[in-house]
Design a protein around this ligand. Structure first.
Ligand code: NAD
Ligand code: LMR
Length: 362
């Protein structure tokens, strides 16, 4: 019975033990758009997260099937499904973290901004529900164009009187994930004369794939926003410290900025990144939950309300804690190439932010 897909009755809601195994806090997480390409894999990954005690899966289609499927996994989180607008409020009530991958994806030839007309309205409606039912939840916005949907969410929350800039985070983790991968897949050898330094050599791609280092050992800060030139990898700040030639910087920057388009074209009309995005979203959500739990030193890049530049929103490294974003890191020293990239990024970002704000204010 699709109109009655909540897996738990109201007594079940009360019975859920909100401490995960081993006495660690268990958090209540909702995924809005859970039946989509990202949503399904993300639902599975969040069901595997030991910090999640309750997982609410909401969509306007197919939520019952995804819920039934994910709920059979023998992990701790209790899963409940919610289908359609009338069930949105139940899906959101009491949530600690709400993840939003609802909305249409790109097809070849489209920009993320081409999704604005459809996705702006979807994000607005969902955020109105969040403001009403779980105003204190941390919100992770995935729906594109992120550069505009985060300002839309902020305006909805301001209108409702619930806006807390520390709790609204645009998910740009996929840019960092890609940057880490692409940088690591270069052949990197240690310069034993200077052990703190890594030297990089670009080889043919196949050689690089074989000879690169493990992406898990690389960290590239990616700042700005989440579209084209607004995606600004700071290759001068790669950890472990690495040096790149001008050609290498050009190649890596273009590849990182166009990673989304690379997937859209390879999928040839069947959508955009879903699996790597679900991985990235799960990684970011886990960081938010570890922050809520009180872990120290949880640092990720995210597109948030910011005073790092003159723009009201900007992605930088942030430290996550019990109240959400607890520290916003400055950009750090930029080289000439990055300074030029920053100017381009800010110009495009300003328009995207303005478009999002105007959508709610009009
Ligand atoms: P998809 O079409 O596979 O899934 C989207 C889901 O959203 C569908 O199940 C659909 O029914 C649901 N949906 C639509 N309207 C809804 C509403 N009002 N309430 C709840 N659910 C609703 O798309 P996808 O590939 O999962 O991508 C989703 C979004 O994520 C797109 O906008 C895409 O551009 C974006 N995206 C962002 C990033 C990022 O890095 N931030 C990466 C990849 C994709
Ligand atoms: C991505 O970076 O993969 C997403 O923003 C989806 C897209 O449209 O490229």
């Amino acid at each position: 019975n699709p109109s009655n897909i909540q897996m738990e009755g109201s007594s079940g809601l009360k019975r859920v033990n909100c401490r995960a195994k081993g006495g660690v806090p268990g958090f209540k997480v909702a995924i809005l758009g859970a039946a989509g390409g990202i949503g399904q894999s993300l639902s599975m990954l969040m069901k595997m997260n030991p910090l999640v005690s309750v997982l609410h899966l909401y969509d306007v289609v197919n939520a019952p099937g995804v819920t039934a499927d994910v709920s059979h996994m023998d992990t701790g989180a209790v899963v409940r499904g919610f289908l359609g607008q009338p069930q949105l409020e139940n899906a959101l009530t009491g949530m600690d973290l709400v993840i939003v991958p609802a909305g249409v994806p790109r097809k070849p030839g489209m920009t993320r901004d081409d999704l604005f007309n459809i996705n702006a309205g979807i994000v607005k409606t969902l955020c109105e529900g969040i403001a009403k039912c779980c105003p204190n939840a941390i919100v992770n916005v995935i729906s594109n164009p992120v550069n505009s949907t985060v300002p839309i969410a902020a305006e909805v929350f301001k209108k409702a009187g619930t806006f807390d800039p520390k709790r609204l985070l645009g998910v740009t983790t996929l840019d960092v994930v890609r940057a880490n991968t692409f940088v690591a897949r270069f052949k990197i050898i240690y310069d034993y004369q200077k052990p703190e330094c890594l030297k990089t050599y670009v080889l043919g791609l196949s050689d690089a794939e074989v000879l690169g280092v493990d992406p898990r050992d690389v960290n590239v800060p990616v700042v700005g926003g989440h579209a084209g030139v607004t995606i600004l990898p700071l290759l001068s700040q790669v950890n472990p410290p690495s040096s790149f030639t001008k050609e290498e910087i050009n190649y890596l920057t273009n590849r990182i900025q166009n990673g989304g388009t690379e997937v859209v074209e390879a999928k040839a009309g069947a959508g955009s990144a879903t699996l790597s995005m679900a991985y990235a979203a799960a990684k970011f959500a886990d960081a938010c939950l570890r922050g809520l739990k009180g872990d120290v030193g949880v640092v990720e890049c995210s597109y948030i309300t910011s005073q790092v530049t003159e723009l009201p929103f900007f992605a930088t490294k942030v430290r996550l804690g019990r109240t959400g974003v607890e520290e916003i890191f400055a950009l750090g020293p930029l080289n000439e190439y990055e300074r030029a990239g920053l100017e381009k990024a800010k110009k495009e970002l300003a328009d995207s932010i303005q478009k999002g704000v105007a959508f709610i204010k009009k």
